[in-house]
Structures are given as structure tokens and as C-alpha cells.
Design a binder for this molecule. Structure first.
Ligand SMILES: [Zn+2]
Length: 448
């Protein structure tokens, strides 16, 4: 009797509380504390007040439609710009959508509301981007007038973008951060497509895109699960961009799980869980959900590292639905169905990651694994990063079947010989700042 009680308890404690050193950067810890569920709720209530934010709704009404909603987000960014010592600037980046015979019936202006927090290090060309989509919809995607509150889809993502801008604009970072509320998502990822194409054409050095879409409701329809302690991060496996060109190397070295976006997802999990309590980041090994799209996709198609952050369980009674009551069930995407404490934690995951990335040096360059001899050890070498002050480097190691990095070895050198066979493990190298902020990891290429 005693044994049956003791054994599960023992297993429970070892799995949850095996020793792990957590070192938080106090500056990031402070920023994470400033994320406020009340602020997030107020942004969402304001967005909902515009009735509909459909991309094809009125552009000119002062209090209704997508035009008014865009002006509101711009006004928030401009308010934060005042506290940024001139580093934050905001615009509505506008293009015209031609009628496409699909989800755009007449020529329509489209505007992404975008704030840029310029980095302080002129040599540092890195950009990190956080996005949500401002537009909303009801059951009929061509309905431009009915109330489409879009509190969770995607008021939650836009609120996270605004809240990160509020807190981060008071600080400075070596790298640049772009905060963007895109439009046209529900009409076919049109605003993010426009932005990703532009970023590619102009050669923006975007190292990571955190796309937030539907992240503030804690329960599922149908299965009735309630849980506000887990957040999903979706990332592609094989890259959408130039797969044919890279397929042979991916296949030869077993790198199908180590593309840029998967690497970013792994980073989001580690850093998010380092700074945010009572939240587990669950990696999903696919680009997105069945039958659904998201604004990270045009970015991965253009070769950028991009992931989607989404709540663990979705409630389809409150997505893309006309507001109504049917057989006692309330349908519609209203704030009353959200959990603002959950949204606070999910926003904090974004903030901690953006801050850690933007404070870190840029990644080490020309990271190589030596393969000229048969050996049971592994020799890695690399060059210092192009920008940022480097205290040292982390060597990351994991077994080939492990989803996450298992060991982090610190060194101040730019090479290391490890008593682990290169045949049996994956390796990567990160540059580390004086405050302990690590860059994105670089997987070594073959060197001789
Ligand atoms: Zn959405």
C-alpha cells in the first residue's frame, strides 16, 4: 500500500524538479514583470469597439471599421514613441489590393501599422519582428459590415504587439525590433505577404519573426479542456524556401529538424520558460494547423526564420463566427471568452525572447565541424560575430532524437574539442553577451 503511493510521487518529483540552473538577466526580468493583463484587456476592448475590422470594411469612418482601428494602433505607437528618445517611429505602410476574384471583391487600400525601435549599434544590422493581425471576420469572409469583434483572433496577437512596444520602447537594444499589426490576414495573408516580399526585396536582415495569432483563450470546444499553462509554437520542418537546393545536405547530415524556424522555436521555448513562470512552451513540428494559415508563412516562404505562437486549445465556437445564440450556445469572438492572465504570460514569452535576442551579440560566423579524420571526438571552430560585445560562447549538444538541447558548455575560445562523437550528437554554437544573452544557435557546416 505504502509503496504504491510512494512510487508515483517519486517519479513525479524527479521528472519535474531535476536540478537545473536558471540565470535570468535582471533587466529582462523587470520588463517581463511590467506586462499587464489590464493593459492587454484595454487594447482589446478598444479594438472590439470598432464593430468590424474586416479588411474590406469602411476605411473612413472615425469610430467604425478597419480605418479607425488602424488609427488607434498608430496612436498607441506614437504615444510610446515619446518615451523612446527618438528611437521608436511608427507608420501605416499602405498598399492597394487589386480585386482578385477571391476574397478581395473591389480595389481596396491595405495598411500594416508598423513601429520600428531602432537598434543602438549601427554595426548591428539584425532585425527581430513581432506580428499580430488587426483584421477580423465573421462567418462570411466577404461580410464587411456585421460586428466582428475579433477579440482573440487576433485582438490577442495585436494586444501582445502593442504591449511589447509599450515596455520595450522605454529601453534601448543593440539590434532593431519591428512591431507590426498587419491587415488582410483573413483575406489570404495579404498584409504579411506584402511585408515579407518587401523585406526580401530590400534585403532586411530579419533573423526572427514571432507571429502571434489566437493566444488568449484557455479552453477547447468539443473536448472541453481548460488549461492556461501551455502555449504552442509552430515551426516548419523542411524549409519552404529553396528546399531543392538544400535537400541533399539536409538528408546527408540528418538536419530535417534543424532548419532556421525550428531552431527559433527551440530558442523560444528555452528563453520563454526561463523568464515566464507557470507556462510551458510546446513545440509543434509543423508549420501550421490543418486547414488554417498564418502570417509567419509568407516569411518562411521568403527564407526567414518565422514561427507561430498560438494558444494550446482552440474554441471554434468563438472564431470566425457571427455573434448569436443557438441551442443555448453563445457564438462569437468576444472578450468575455478570454483569459487575460493567460494572455499576459503569452505576451511575456514574446517580450523575453525579443529582449534576449536584441541584447545578444549577432551569431558566431563560419561555424564548422572538422571532418577530415575518423575520430570519436568532435572539433568545432568559428569566427567572432559581426556585431555585439561577446563574453564567450555556448556549445549546444543534443542526442539526434532529442527535441531540445541537452547540454550547454561555456567557452571563451573560438574553437573546442569535445569528447563526444560527431556521429552521435547534434551541435550548435551561440555567442553570449556580458549579461548572459545568447544569440540564435548556428549549426556547423562541414569543414576540412
Ligand atoms: Zn487569425
Amino acid at each position: 500500500m505504502r509503496k504504491t503511493i510512494f512510487l508515483p510521487f517519486f517519479l513525479f518529483t524527479t521528472s519535474l524538479f531535476s536540478q537545473k540552473i536558471i540565470q535570468r538577466d535582471p533587466a529582462i526580468e523587470q520588463m517581463v514583470k511590467e506586462v499587464s493583463s489590464d493593459s492587454l484587456k484595454s487594447y482589446i476592448q478598444q479594438m472590439v469597439s470598432y464593430g468590424t475590422r474586416s479588411t474590406i470594411s469602411t476605411q473612413t469612418h472615425r469610430k467604425k471599421g478597419i480605418g479607425a482601428a488602424r488609427s488607434y494602433v498608430l496612436s498607441k505607437f506614437n504615444e510610446f514613441a515619446k518615451q523612446s528618445s527618438g528611437r521608436l517611429s511608427a507608420i501605416i505602410d499602405t498598399t492597394t489590393l487589386a480585386a482578385d476574384g477571391k476574397r478581395v471583391d473591389i480595389s481596396t487600400p491595405l495598411g500594416n501599422v508598423m513601429a520600428t525601435l531602432r537598434g543602438t549599434d549601427l554595426a548591428d544590422k539584425r532585425i527581430f519582428l513581432i506580428s499580430g493581425h488587426l483584421d477580423s471576420r465573421v462567418t462570411d469572409v466577404m461580410n464587411r459590415t456585421s460586428d466582428a469583434p475579433g477579440a482573440n483572433d487576433d485582438g490577442s496577437g495585436v494586444a501582445a504587439v502593442i504591449e511589447c512596444a509599450r515596455i520595450m520602447s522605454k529601453r534601448s537594444f543593440p539590434a532593431t525590433i519591428i512591431f507590426v499589426a498587419v491587415s488582410g490576414e483573413e483575406q489570404g495573408l495579404l498584409g504579411s505577404g506584402y511585408l515579407a516580399d518587401k523585406a526580401k526585396k530590400k534585403g532586411w536582415n530579419i533573423e526572427g519573426v514571432l507571429n502571434n495569432d489566437i493566444m488568449g483563450s484557455n479552453n477547447s470546444s468539443e473536448t472541453k479542456i481548460i488549461d492556461n499553462t501551455r502555449l504552442r509554437v509552430f515551426s516548419e520542418g523542411l524549409p519552404a524556401y529553396e528546399l531543392e537546393k538544400n535537400a541533399a545536405a539536409i538528408r546527408n547530415f540528418g538536419l530535417e529538424n534543424d532548419g532556421k524556424s525550428r531552431q527559433l522555436a527551440r530558442y523560444v521555448k528555452e528563453i520563454g520558460e526561463r523568464y515566464v513562470d507557470n507556462l510551458e512552451v510546446v513545440m509543434i513540428y509543423r508549420n501550421d494547423r490543418f486547414l488554417r494559415g498564418g502570417d509567419h508563412t509568407p516569411f518562411v516562404q521568403n527564407g526567414f526564420a518565422a514561427v507561430r505562437l498560438t494558444e494550446m486549445n482552440e474554441n471554434f465556437e468563438h472564431q470566425h463566427q457571427d455573434i448569436r445564440t443557438e441551442k443555448g450556445v453563445r457564438y462569437g469572438d468576444l472578450p468575455e471568452f478570454m483569459d487575460f492572465e493567460y494572455l499576459r504570460k503569452n505576451t511575456a514569452i514574446n517580450l523575453a525572447n525579443l529582449a534576449n535576442l536584441a541584447k545578444a551579440p549577432s551569431p558566431p560566423e563560419e561555424v564548422k565541424v572538422d571532418v577530415k579524420d575518423l575520430s570519436n571526438s568532435t572539433y568545432l571552430y568559428w569566427k567572432a560575430p559581426a556585431a555585439g560585445r561577446v563574453k564567450g560562447y555556448y556549445i549546444l549538444i543534443r542526442e539526434t532524437t532529442s527535441p531540445t538541447w541537452q547540454k550547454k558548455i561555456y567557452t571563451v575560445d573560438t574553437n573546442i574539442k569535445l569528447p563526444y562523437s560527431k556521429d552521435n550528437y547534434f551541435f550548435a554554437v551561440q555567442a553570449v553577451s556580458n549579461d548572459g544573452n545568447e544569440s540564435l544557435p548556428i549549426v556547423p557546416s562541414v569543414g576540412r
